[in-house]
Design a protein around this ligand. Structure first.
Ligand SMILES: C[S@@+](CC[C@H](N)C(=O)[O-])C[C@H]1O[C@@H](n2cnc3c(N)ncnc32)[C@H](O)[C@@H]1O
Length: 306
């Protein structure tokens, strides 16, 4: 056994199911962050955000995961698993790999564990832990997987160093991140641009990087990985693919932008009228007949040198 569980909380699927029924366990707007980690997370932990993360992973599954799989028996660490949106896909695509998924939000882990139990997924264990201070021994995982986490960290390079330390030599790290600078739509009004930019500015204000997707190759190189792949995974939608257009815009981009509304207003980055008008305009780029939308996620795979 390579995992030291002493003093660390493990949630099994059945515990998660039980805890998931407790009042406030799911959908609360606050979260019990790991001690010492300040509440600096632009999207928050509302029920709407839980739904967005679950829908997002399903909508983007083929785009992001058509080439994600792990060999039978391999040990995979997923850092920043949230409510398990990616976890469920990883576990289903590699049913004979063993996944260990961590997050600083215990209430998100409860939702994730309950989902795994509901779907009968047995190859995942959840730990309540901070990525920069994990309870795992050096070189105890064959692979590491990270999705939409680095963009929310104060020190992504520091986190990559920690993740590298728990990876065996020759093991891989897969990182998927968005890049909010890659987002274009039509019709693009001044207000819709300002609303979108208020999300970017709010995230930068927290000391985080919403443009990190384009930097994955240099970041992995700086963290001493050999980069095996770094690819853009883009989505373009128009009236010929209304299902995708509705999914990406109304289930991912609009609700994601709305998570920053209060922070952006509090910071004085934007006023209420402009933000709300901008959101309505953004939605219009998902409407027939003229609306179009474009966004790019990035996926990189690095190998730890032997
Ligand atoms: C945008 S969500 C992505 C969740 C999941 N990877 C997905 O793609 O659905 C980011 C997650 O990172 C978690 N997180 C933020 N800082 C963290 C840290 N220092 N250590 C571990 N998890 C962290 C948040 O609690 C949140 O659940």
């Amino acid at each position: 056994m390579t995992i030291d569980t002493h003093d660390w909380q493990v949630l099994t699927s059945s515990q998660g199911q039980r805890l998931g029924a407790e009042p406030g366990a799911a959908g609360s707007s606050t979260s019990d962050y790991w001690p010492g980690v300040t509440r600096k997370y632009v999207h928050g932990y509302s029920q709407r955000e839980t739904l967005r993360l679950q829908e997002q992973s399903a909508i983007l599954e083929d785009l992001l995961h058509h080439d994600t799989s792990y060999p039978p028996g391999s040990r995979v660490l997923e850092a920043g698993c949230g409510v398990g949106g990616q976890t469920i896909l990883l576990a289903a695509r590699s049913p004979q790999a063993e996944f260990t998924s961590i997050d600083v939000s215990r209430e998100s882990l409860v939702v994730a564990a309950a989902t795994m139990a509901q779907r009968g997924v047995g190859n995942v264990r959840f730990y309540h832990a901070d990525v920069i201070n994990m309870p795992f021994r050096a070189e105890s995982f064959d692979h590491v997987f990270v999705c939409f986490l680095l963009e929310h960290l104060d020190e992504p390079l520091g986190a990559l160093a920690v993740l590298r330390s728990v990876l065996k030599p020759g093991g891989t790290i897969t990182v998927i991140e968005g890049d909010h600078g890659s987002c274009f739509w039509h019709p693009q009004t001044r207000e819709s641009l300002q609303a979108w930019h208020s999300l970017i500015a709010s995230q930068f204000h927290l000391g985080h990087d919403p443009l990190i997707g384009r930097k994955l190759c240099p970041l992995l190189t700086q963290a001493d990985f050999d980069v095996r792949e770094a690819t853009p995974r883009w989505v373009y939608t128009d009236s010929r693919n209304p299902g995708l257009r509705d999914g990406v815009l109304n289930k991912i981009i609009v609700p994601m932008t709305q998570t920053a509304r209060q922070q952006a207003l509090d910071l004085g980055i934007i006023d209420k009228h402009t933000f709300d008008t901008g959101i309505d305009d953004l939605r219009r780029s998902g409407m027939p007949p003229d609306g179009t939308f474009f966004y790019t996620w990035f996926k990189a795979v690095g190998v730890k040198r032997s």
